[in-house]
Design a protein around this ligand. Structure first.
Ligand SMILES: [Zn+2]
Length: 117
């Protein structure tokens, strides 16, 4: 009888990203390369453990097939931007978020280069 190969952390990650996002490791590597190894929002470097795969939150997402889930993947973002920025903005909704940025003067045409930390 053939002995079952022990599942590694990498194997679990591979299964997880397929189930959760419909992505293969190679697809994630391509996304990482396309983003230059930077967070899609703040442009800080993505390190081994400080980033997540971001997806659009649509109704019944968890019930979709992996291939359907893949259509909603937006990019790789750092944990800070995912939890503290995207989460808040999505909960607030587009209109409130844009109005808040306008109110704060964030849409006043200033350069965004290296503003995020
Ligand atoms: Zn970020």
């Amino acid at each position: 009888m053939k002995r079952k190969k022990k599942e590694t952390r990498g194997d679990r990650w591979e299964k997880n990203i397929w189930r959760a996002y419909g992505l293969t490791p190679w697809m994630v590597v391509e996304m990482y390369a396309e983003q230059g190894g930077k967070c899609a929002i703040c442009t800080n470097d993505l390190h081994e453990k400080n980033w997540v795969i971001d997806h659009k939150h649509v109704r019944n997402y968890k019930k979709l097939s992996p291939e359907e889930k893949r259509k909603f993947v937006r990019g790789l973002v750092c944990i800070y931007c995912n939890w503290k920025v995207l989460g808040q903005i999505e909960r607030a909704g587009r209109v409130r978020a844009v109005r808040a940025c306008r109110y704060l003067g964030f849409l006043a045409g200033t350069s965004l280069e290296r503003e995020a930390t």
